[in-house]
Design a protein around this ligand. Structure first.
Ligand code: ASP
Length: 431
């Protein structure tokens, strides 16, 4: 009998072939061919994932919340979820600050290069600053204010407004819970069926994932090969963020798994691979949500009600990779500008990077826009963004992979604590 190749392996093969093709394209001058004939398949893959994101969040949250049935359990899970998200974000920021203050990647950055970068990205920064200013000029409570939509259709049509969709979904579901169950039975049944349909759609889309990531990586390498030099110029910083993010993956999550669950680390990391690969290729937590929900449920045994509740919220609220990156980047910029940060300024970074990560939309480059707020609060010049803008994409890819991993780990921990983790579906990879 033919042995089936598992999805994660197919995705890795797709990624490797994508990188190989990208390098061939750069060397043989096939950039135009790649962008005309290969890139569109990657774009289609991202579009499919985004297409499903809003209905998925709505349907799965309604299904998740209503299947918890008892409001006090819902409140308990809600509090646990937000607490774990907050604590893991603060640990990530602290870890970032520790690394950047110890290794000081910005201290040796040449003055000449700094000026060059500033000139190169002047326009780009103005745009980012403008976007962040729109947010900054509002009241300090803007994050809370922004959660409540005034028009659900407007919110649903904007991928950066997922928190608003989440708010509406939870409100809708809580109302259903508070009503007599007979009265809402038909709607509940409808959502059960819709949930099945959505899960099937995700399965169909995932069949396309290996081709999608192949195309995305091939196009990325052929489009950005000219910028490769930047990565080297910013070597120390880029290495610190990249390896630091990978370190975070191994410093933060294994203790959570080992302390709070009985799942084998190998099982978790293997199940997470497809989600991480999709996150890495799309740089978007929102786009990776469908895969994350599927993997957590099917391979880790997180119950539907927990996965449906914890993961959609995590995709927007919980960004460990982003907050880690924001802390390192803010201090790196300060170091390049020769600014000594006081303890107060460092604490401000902890606070604002935590809030900024919560407010960061799960879309490519979301984190760098919110950086302006961290820099502003800590009194670091926003022009410093010029230094890191050019290499944002590769770093975004890695931090997004960490972001989605954090969501999954919290889902596993909460499912275990609520007796909603089905260990029997987990594969044992130890042999
Ligand atoms: N791209 C990241 C995400 O979607 C956000 C960021 O830019 O840090 O998770």
């Amino acid at each position: 009998m033919k042995k089936k190749i598992p999805l994660w392996l197919k995705i890795i093969i797709g990624m490797i072939l994508g990188v190989v093709w990208g390098l061939i394209a750069v060397n043989l001058g096939l950039e135009k061919f790649t962008s005309d004939w290969i890139k569109p398949w990657g774009t289609i893959f991202i579009k499919l994932l985004k297409l499903i994101a809003v209905p998925l969040i709505f349907i799965s949250l309604v299904k998740g919340v209503t299947s918890i049935t008892d409001v006090s359990k819902l409140t308990r899970i809600g509090i646990k979820t937000l607490t774990l998200y907050m604590v893991s974000t603060i640990i990530s920021v602290a870890f970032g600050l520790f690394l950047v203050n110890t290794l000081k990647p910005g201290d040796t950055f040449p003055e000449q290069k700094r000026k060059e970068f500033q000139m190169m990205y002047e326009q780009n920064i103005k745009e980012k600053e403008q976007m962040a200013n729109d947010v900054k000029d509002r009241s300090p409570l803007y994050i809370i204010e922004d959660i409540v939509p005034d028009n659900i259709f407007k919110a649903a049509s904007d991928n950066t407004k997922m928190l608003q969709v989440i708010f509406f979904s939870i409100l809708f579901a809580v109302a259903m819970l508070l009503l007599d169950s007979q009265k809402v039975l038909s709607v509940k049944n409808l959502f059960d069926s819709l949930n099945e349909i959505i899960i099937k759609i995700v399965d169909i889309i995932m069949k396309f994932a290996p081709i999608g990531v192949f195309a995305l990586l091939a196009a990325l390498i052929s489009d950005f090969s000219a910028d490769a030099g930047l990565f080297w110029a910013l070597g120390k910083y880029a290495m610190l963020v990249s390896f630091g993010l990978i370190g975070l993956l191994f410093v933060l999550y294994p203790p959570m798994i080992l302390l709070f669950t009985k799942v084998k680390l190998k099982t978790v990391f293997r199940a997470l691979l497809p989600t991480q690969m999709v996150a890495f290729s799309t740089s978007s937590s929102n786009a990776s949500l469908p895969v994350n929900m599927r993997q957590c449920n099917k391979e880790l045994g997180v119950s539907e009600s927990v996965a449906n509740f914890v993961l959609p919220i995590g995709a927007t609220v919980n960004m460990n990779g982003t907050s880690f990156y924001q802390a390192i980047s803010a201090v790196f910029i300060a170091q390049v500008f020769g600014l000594e940060l006081t303890l107060m300024q460092q604490l401000t970074i902890v606070l604002t990077a935590t809030l900024a990560a919560i407010g960061t939309p799960g879309v490519p480059g979301g984190g760098i826009i919110m950086m302006v707020i961290v820099l502003g609060a800590a009194g670091i010049p926003a022009e410093g963004l010029a230094l890191i803008l050019g290499i944002d994409r590769p770093l975004d890819m890695i931090r997004t992979a960490v972001n989605v991993s954090g969501d999954a780990i919290v889902a596993v921990v909460i499912a275990h604590s609520e007796n909603e983790l089905d260990y029997s579906v987990q594969k044992d990879y130890s042999s």
